[in-house]
Design a protein around this ligand. Sequence first.
Ligand code: ACO
Length: 431
Amino acid sequence: MSKDTLSITDNRTGKTYEVPVQDGTIKAMDLRQIKVAADDFGLMTYDPGFMNTASCKSRITFIDGDKGILNYRGYPIDQLADQGNYLETAYLLLKGELPSKAQFDAWAEKVTTHTFVHENVKELMAGFRYDAHPMGMLASMTAALSTFYPTSKQVRDAQERERHVNRLIAKIPTLAAFAYRHSMGLPYVYPDNELSYAANFLQMMFKTSELKYKVNPALERALDVLFILHADHEQNCSTSAMRAIGSSEADPYCAAAGAIGALYGPLHGGANEAVLRMLQEIGSKDKVAGFVKEVKESGGDVRLMGFGHRVYKNYDPRAKIIKKMADHVFEVTGRNSLLDIALELERIALEDEYFVKRKLYPNVDFYSGLIYQAMKFPTEMFCVLFAIPRMSGWLAQWQEMIEDKEQKIARPRQIFLGSAQREYVPLHRRG
Ligand code: ACO
């Protein structure tokens, strides 16, 4: 008769243990009882990069990496991208259900009325050098918001949490646009509360002397869809950072600043910027085969940016949607000349044994940069464009973590391989 348990025989002692299996998982703490002696610490698991460790139970985002499935709260990403909008997606992630019309209107109103930032934020922003990277500015300014809202420390108070969740989602586009305007030496543009979330961001970025900035509806929609696609992706590097920092009960602004830092890296959200730089370096379609050869021969040192994923071992469903959407954007902006290089790169890589064997497919970052560039966003802003919508996912995950009774402060173990205890030798007696 089958049982939901796992029997483990410790060949060091000959003892057998039975541990429960629940949801396809054993509890790491159940291994602690496995000891060779009474004073032994007990068995641990070793898992750098959390390749096979579930750090939480979650009900937010589901990914089947082999089948290329991504669902938010059960809704397939392609349906949300086709028919939904970003703000209702954020609501869905945070609350678990799609809003009714009345709930949506109230939510949109709440976000809209929180878009302004304190005037002192502008002075803080002015302290950055002219060439400061906007991700560094965004992380710093997000942390700085914690000083404007000291009650955000009350993370166990659901009402307080909601207030700061709304603020963070509402203000992140303003901070992002201000960072860009600072780097360009342009005056800041204040939020226009009559516009949609995406349109307001576009006007804060690009408005110059016109009284009312006219947002192209196709570009507004494209940006909104990109926001939907980037809203959450379960326990990735930045979300794990958000949860880990939040687990010490730090306020959500500081936790989100840490998540922004994690996203910034080129192996994570910084990849879209790296893809663009890679395509520019390749320079022309005829040089693609040579570049792919270089990647293969580098032994992992040179990577094809925008390819590969820890979870997807199939085409990233978001990349599929973005690739299709690129055509709509290029109809308005004109075709991005780097597209041909990207298409050739994808064609060659998908046929090449190196990439096929390792199941390396284009990820969300492979095509998004081409769209951003066509929309006139500078390359340094690409990762910022990822951080804006991911804020809703980070906050949904943070809330879930705070409410989860099983969660504890994140504190992994280590395997210590350093020196055994030794005697201190005073400086004058060291050779
Ligand atoms: N180009 C070339 N080879 C690659 C690539 C790539 N992009 N990605 C992985 N590989 C190779 C590795 O060299 C390794 O080869 P080996 O088995 O011969 O040693 C094998 O594939 C497995 O790679 P790992 O690094 O072990 O895979 P991991 O799951 O740790 O990494 C990651 C996933 C970081 C996304 C990786 O694929 C990568 O660096 N991709 C490029 C950066 C990128 O596009 N990041 C964005 C990811 S999506 C996101 O964060 C939003």
